[in-house]
Design a protein around this ligand. Structure first.
Ligand code: NAD
Length: 492
């Protein structure tokens, strides 16, 4: 790792403030390897004064540089960033595995390679987008006018991100926000500063982004996120994180009436219909449910199976979870690695105790894996014997912990799936495709997979119903979140 950081990233890693790589006024803070608990290195610890400078730089770059109107420059810079990230993909992969505990196989997809590649999609979209629409002539109230509608960047975007898929989420904000012509202050989670600092380093050293267009502010202090939300110079807050923090963000943003875009938590349902191939469905639900130790907002953590096949379904699911196990994230075959921190492990263990208190049992797992004394680990776990009323079945656990619930047919499955404060994602598995589609259509969630279909991609809008969020990320809809609409009428 030290060779990696020597080549790509300074240790301590820097902030990117107004085009310069710099230390933080608060000194440094440590970043840990979740698989071992060891200190990997450290990152610049920004203070409120550093955040203030970052916001001022982004404001100035938006108001005074040509960034907001120069589509060709934006496209060039985004493509340069993509190429720089691809040039350093091997080093980035090792940093991601070490800092996030992400299993290597996922770095070939959503943890690294796919979001980097997707930057190109946003550059292409900016190039082909219809920035202006001619509505033609009309005579409203007898006054001849020629009307146009133009789309413009919103201004300064405050991007606040979590630790679970840092590249995916950081780039899913930077890509569309920058392609649309905004300037950005990115505040990543304190658990994964290096994944963000790498972006700052490459932007400063290997691209033509004008000073102040992108500012990256790592800090051990969550309060800097709150500062970004409150500052009147910030026009839009793009937030990904827990529903609880999202609520605080929305409340606080109301003071300056800024636009908020929220990607929040989930407790999504995987519905197995009674005509499904039970083995295929439950094996897939187990695999997808514990990838990256279940630390994905859209992971389907409630498995709904036909009541008369409940025991059989639990056996298949538990068997798959046991076979997958939790292993070293560096290994190509690992699906479930560590959880990110001692805090998250302790939180998950609290839910394991709660599951038992609520009358649940563990069909497998329920503790820490053997031989993993160092680092932060939880065994892949299946909880059985609960109803959808239990807190274990309703609250987001954010670990490799799945809950199996019985259903009494399609209507009941839809009812249980929708009986949640969340509405981020969901899955349906069944042999009769029309029937599976009908169930999918009734599920109140932003993304649905039918029979293992994968909805993830740059061109697919992603986001939540209900308390899973507001707005959409990715796709044309996601890009347009970062645009204002202006109507212009010329008297003729
Ligand atoms: P979190 O809400 O604790 O923190 C997210 C970010 O918000 C961090 O950068 C944090 O420093 C910052 N923050 C904390 N308090 C703040 C405040 N008062 N104002 C502004 N910013 C503040 O979430 P986390 O633990 O980092 O991430 C896990 C959560 O993220 C889970 O709930 C998960 O479902 C959710 N998530 C959602 C999506 C999605 O797209 N819907 C994707 C990934 C993760």
């Amino acid at each position: 790792m030290s060779r990696t950081t020597d080549r790509l990233l300074a240790n301590p890693s820097p902030l990117l403030l107004d085009g310069r790589l710099t230390g933080g006024s608060g000194g440094t803070f440590e970043t840990l390897n979740p698989a071992t608990g060891e200190v990997l290195g450290s990152a610049a610890d920004a203070t409120a004064a550093d955040m203030d400078r970052a916001i001022a730089a982004a404001r100035r770059a938006f108001d005074e540089s040509g960034w907001a109107t120069d589509v060709a420059l934006r496209v060039r810079c985004l493509r340069q960033l993509r190429e720089a990230l691809q040039r350093h993909a091997d080093e980035l992969r090792e940093i991601t595995i070490a800092e996030v505990g992400a299993p290597r196989f996922l770095t070939h997809g959503a943890q690294l390679d796919t979001p980097v590649d997707d930057l190109g999609w946003f550059a292409d979209l900016a190039e082909s987008y219809g920035w202006s629409q001619d509505l033609g002539r009309a005579e409203p109230m007898g006054m001849p006018s020629h009307r146009r509608v133009v789309r413009e960047p919103v201004g300064v975007v405050g991007a606040i991100t979590p630790w679970n898929f840092p590249h995916q989420i950081n780039l899913a904000k930077l890509g569309p926000a920058l392609a649309a012509g905004n300037t950005v202050v990115l505040k990543p989670a304190p658990d994964t500063p290096w994944c963000a600092a790498v972006l700052g380093t490459l932007i400063a050293n290997e691209t033509d982004f004008p000073a102040g267009v992108v500012n990256i502010v790592t800090s051990s202090d969550h309060g800097l996120g709150a500062q970004l939300v409150q500052d009147p110079r910030v026009d839009l807050v793009s937030f990904t994180g827990s529903t609880e923090t999202g609520r605080a963000v929305m409340t606080s943003a109301a003071v300056t009436l800024k636009k908020v875009f929220l990607e929040l938590g989930g407790k999504s349902a995987f519905v197995v219909l009674d005509d499904a191939d039970l083995k295929a469905a439950c094996s897939y639900a187990a695999f997808a449910g514990i990838a990256h130790a279940g630390q994905g907002c859209a992971i389907n953590t409630r498995i709904l199976v036909p009541r008369d096949r409940y025991e059989e379904a639990a056996e298949i699911t538990a068997g798959t979870l046991r076979a997958l196990g939790a292993d070293d994230p560096h290994d190509e075959g690992t699906i479930c690695g560590p959880v990110v921190s001692a805090r998250q492990r302790d939180r998950i263990e609290g839910y394991l105790r709660l599951a038992v208190e609520e009358g649940g049992s563990f069909a497998c797992g329920g503790g820490r894996p053997e031989g993993r004394e160092q680092g932060f680990w939880i065994e892949p776990t299946l909880v059985t014997g609960l109803t959808n009323e239990a807190r274990t079945a309703r609250e987001e656990i954010f670990g490799p912990v799945l809950v199996m619930l019985p259903h009494d047919g399609d209507d009941d499955a839809v009812r249980i799936a929708n009986d949640s404060p969340y509405g981020l994602s969901g899955s349906v598995y069944g042999t009769d495709l029309e029937r599976a589609r009908a169930v999918a259509a009734r599920m109140r969630a932003g993304t649905i997979s039918v029979n293992g279909g994968v909805w993830y991609g740059a061109d697919v809008p992603f986001g939540g119903y209900k308390q899973s969020g507001l707005g959409r990320e990715m796709g044309v809809a996601g890009f347009e979140e970062y645009l204002e609409t202006k109507a212009i009428a010329e008297g003729i």
